[in-house]
Design a binder for this molecule. Sequence first.
Ligand SMILES: [Zn+2]
Ligand SMILES: [Zn+2]
Length: 133
Amino acid sequence: LAQMRNSQQRNLIVRLLENNRTHPTADELYEMARAQEPKISRGTVYRNLNLLSDLGELQRLSVPGGPDHYDSNTNKHYHFFCRKCGRVFDAPIPYHDELNCTPEAMKGFQTESHRLLLIGLCPDCAENEAEDK
Ligand SMILES: [Zn+2]
Ligand SMILES: [Zn+2]
């Protein structure tokens, strides 16, 4: 029974992420999950997010100076991080597979993946910034 509840809670988290393309943080996902299942605990949401990222069923995105964000899109793609509001957006730049290589000078190293994060202001924040001046 406990296991069944676990998988239901996991499905809820996956469903919430799939229906939400804003790359939410764990706390934001917890709030969304609680709106649908009031008994769900913060620990359950965090535990499932860790498990699902370890399984490769979702992507964990680290950003400078803030909590991790989560993405149900596990295809290789790049992101834009707004340093003001902390939101994460998909950046439609072609993925550069050729960057997954090891420089010749780094003998013995094995590159497995690479990350690219554009950092700056989203349109909303850029507009507010312009108004402040
Ligand atoms: Zn912003
Ligand atoms: Zn994304």
